[in-house]
Design a protein around this ligand. Structure first.
Ligand SMILES: [Ca+2]
Length: 104
């Protein structure tokens, strides 16, 4: 009985890890979004079409999207290794840039 009360009042580290914090949940959402949109063909990269779909479907409310760079230009900017697709690291560059543009 006492043990149960102690567990409820002071959760163990594994209990506190059960619920993700908002930043952890956001990271999970960003990762899931990438892999959801990269799903066809090479599931580890975004083609130009998949990048377009991701932006239209997942980021429709980001300020500055209208009047921002065309997807073709965005693809060129993000595709740092010029392999014609956007991998996860290149995608995170987009997310970081959008975060900075939203805050500043
Ligand atoms: Ca690339």
């Amino acid at each position: 009985m006492m043990d149960a009360l102690v567990r409820i009042s002071s959760p163990s580290p594994s209990d506190t890890m059960a619920q993700p914090t908002p930043p952890e949940a956001s990271l999970g959402a960003l990762i899931m979004t990438f892999y959801k949109q990269a799903g066809s063909g090479d599931a580890k990269t975004l083609t130009r079409k998949e990048l377009t779909n991701l932006i239209k479907a997942e980021l429709p409310n980001i300020p500055g999207q209208k009047g921002g760079p065309e997807v073709g230009d965005l693809m060129t900017m993000l595709d740092q290794d010029t392999d014609g697709s956007v991998d996860f690291k290149e995608y995170i560059t987009l997310i970081g840039s959008l975060a900075c543009a939203t805050v500043f």
